[in-house]
Ligand binder design. Structure first.
Ligand code: ZN
Length: 351
């Protein structure tokens, strides 16, 4: 290499995000004791982002890896690491799209692309900012309840859950596991009755599914294919076993959740964690516990992604379900199944 290539790391810090704070809550799945902040995503952010930059004034700097998508109204501070010196100046190529102040604080104004350049110690650093409109549905999720059922289908619980949903005219979402021939009818019924089906996994066994990227992809695609065969629906919705925030995967592959969350998004999947946990797979001992866990954590100020389970023998949620729905209706909540407009609910990644 003729020219000296230096590596700089830009940390992109979230200063404030519209409509995000309201999605904060704590949740934990039974098989994942880890607690995490939840945020409405589509606007999911990583705490920091490492970006490699070629440092060269004459040559055009490669920006291929140095891109960031943010939403109208959001503010970020771009920081350049690797030098103690302050930027001499910050510049935006399109101030109608995004402005930047003398401290590197970017404000997203309207949809479009803006290239942000900083000059530090005689060298230029660039970052491409893509500004998008907020997902149109994000406001209409206020007071919406997304009931989600994991780990099914089961012959003892799933049909009864479906009966209640039918009676109450409520649509929900089922993140299923591999199913037997005899349970296929419930998969078909889920779809036929207007609910959403998503992939939880062909297997739920952490040691198998989180041992490699390939293993995880097989685990998703094999079930997606099977569901397609059963129902005609090619689902693009997933729920990671243990949630995207799980730490259990660390035992099998360090950093795999960081890899998988990105990978699945790039493959056109959306993943959904939760911000209300029924506790039915762990903490809740009775159906009344489930009722309390859910109703006490609902909020009108946000969408409510409620984690429940319909695995065999789980009567706790089943027995609380009608009461939960009645409470919610009485208090002005509405129910929706996950669809393409549903904003992602993602815990932060911990592995
Ligand atoms: Zn599960």
């Amino acid at each position: 290499m003729k020219k000296i290539v230096k590596v700089a790391i830009i940390f992109i810090t979230i200063l404030g995000i519209l409509n995000i704070a309201q999605y904060r809550t704590h949740a934990a799945e039974a098989d994942n004791t880890n607690k995490n902040e939840t945020q409405q995503v589509d606007i999911q952010q990583e705490e920091s982002k490492q970006v490699k930059l070629k440092d060269d004034e004459k040559e055009k700097i490669s920006l291929s890896k140095n891109k960031k998508t943010i939403y109208v109204g959001e503010k970020y501070t771009l920081k350049i690491k690797g030098t103690n010196k302050k930027a001499k100046w910050w510049k935006s190529s399109n101030t109608k799209v995004a402005t930047v102040n003398s401290k590197g604080k970017v404000t997203a104004k309207k949809k479009g692309i803006a290239k942000i350049t900083a000059k530090v110690a005689g060298k230029k650093y660039k970052c491409t900012i893509k500004v998008k409109n907020l997902p149109s549905d994000s406001k209409s999720t206020k007071g919406v309840i997304y009931l989600t059922f994991d780990d099914g289908p089961s012959s003892t619980i799933t049909p009864k859950v479906l009966d209640i949903l039918k009676k109450e005219k409520v649509k929900a979402t089922f993140f299923v596991l591999n199913y037997s021939k005899s349970n296929e009818k419930y998969i078909k019924r889920i779809v036929k009755e207007g609910h959403t089906i998503g992939v939880h996994g062909y297997s739920h066994e952490y040691s198998k599914i989180y041992k490699s990227k390939k293993a995880f992809l097989n685990n998703v695609y094999s079930l997606q294919k099977k569901i397609k065969k059963s129902t005609g629906v090619k689902t693009k919705y997933i729920r990671f076993p243990g949630g995207s925030s799980n730490t259990v995967s660390r035992h099998y592959y360090k950093g795999i959740m960081r890899i998988l969350t990105k990978e699945m998004l790039s493959r056109g999947f959306k993943y959904f964690d939760w911000n209300v946990s029924s506790g039915d797979a762990g903490g809740a001992k009775t159906s009344n516990d489930v009722y309390k866990n859910v109703t006490r954590n609902l909020s009108k100020k946000r969408g409510n992604m409620v984690l429940c389970h319909d695995f065999s023998g789980n009567t706790k949620t089943l027995n609380a379900l009608s009461k939960i729905i009645k409470y919610a209706k009485k208090n002005g909540y509405t129910f929706k199944a996950i669809d393409e407009n549903t904003p992602m609910y993602a815990h932060g990644v911990n592995n």
